[in-house]
Design a protein around this ligand. Sequence first.
Ligand code: G6P
Length: 466
Amino acid sequence: MASTSGAAQVLVASNRGPVSYQVRDDGSLHAKRGGGGLVSGLSAIGPDAGALWVCSALGDGDREAVRRGIGEDGVRMLDIPAEVHSDAYNGIANSVLWFVHHMLYQTPLEPVFDAEFRRQWASYETYNRAFAEALAAEAAEGAAVIVQDYHLVLVPGMLRELRPDLRIGHFSHTPWAPPEYFRMLPDDIARAVLRGMLGADRLGFLTRRWADAFTACCEAFAGGVGDTRIGVHGLGADADFLRRRAHEADVEERMTALRAEIGEGRKAIVRVDRTELSKNIVRGLLAYRQLLADHPEWRERVAHVAFAYPSRQDLAVYRDYTAEVQRLAAEINDEYGTADWTPVVLHVKDDFARSLAAYRLADVALVNPIRDGMNLVAKEVPVVSDQGCALVLSREAGAHEELGEDAVTVNPYDIVGTADALHRALTMPLSERAERTKRLTDAATALPPAQWFLDQLTALTGQRGG
Ligand code: G6P
């Protein structure tokens, strides 16, 4: 199982870990491994070299694994009481901090910082403390710890008190709110968030814009960043993995099926997202409808392939959003569909192989979040695209800082502007598309996950000033 207590040299802490368990009908446990930047990043070090990943047990399968003492080398799952986890994850992390950083609140109904919020905040503290205590117990003298994301912003400060010898880093995968928005949090909570983060030696962000917003919040509400160093690490796509995976047999099969759904000879506008309010899927559908209205020549000649995978379904606002996406897609299909043309091909069941198939087939990729830490889809599509793909990209996605020059840029709130951008992307000459795709691929793969992680580690453990 996990490495011996007090022996880990490099630790990562995150809510969601690299593996999850499901209880099978016969009572046995099935382990499912996840992907993503951190997984490849940390695998560059591995358990043999003293790397340990501390994460939450999520769901019954994970909890059962912890109870039975089943686990993977280099992973320690914390069995935090389900109610505490739900308050911290659904209540504070996903309904408050996520909403603040993505500027998602809709007045006059939200936000409401009432007694229930205070109760959930106490659970968030308990949840963060459980991580800090586990890390303190597992870390070797002088070890490096990199805490991940908005679920765990109090951990650096708590861990600093428990273990002043450690090198503590924190990395934010989200945007950071500007001070005028951040200040809607109650003052004591805003200060607790910033002070918790400032317990770290070094903080990492995906773009300069988010790092600057954090610094501005600290200047406004916490007397500055003090001795904490701040760095920018723009996570890139994992080109080797994607190219290999995208040519396996299951992806080829799905390409055939998808091509049949789109219809031979038609162009494909592809989007792949978690069904997430910040991804702006509804406005994407409205823009596509506008395109069909403004440019009748595209009717029957294009399909919008939209994969909107379920996310955070414990929250009513996410369930409602999924329903709205489905309703609008059906409405567009009723309005414009014909006997052999389905204008919107919507799938909501998560299927990574089918996502890669769509990336390969795409003529246009639509990535229009209203705010996004980075957005890896924007970086992955150019890497695996078969024939070059035009990228319609929101100026509010972190990825825009790196890809903006070769994308068709949109203001994500502007439906008419987005429809116009889709038209420009659809009519882009193939040679131009191919040239842009090549440059997009270079930019998207400039910092592969393993290097992204090692850079942070070096900056954290190396000389000051990094
Ligand atoms: C964002 C967050 C991650 C999170 C992911 C999926 O990218 O920055 O921390 O893991 O969304 O969300 P979930 O709530 O399913 O873990």
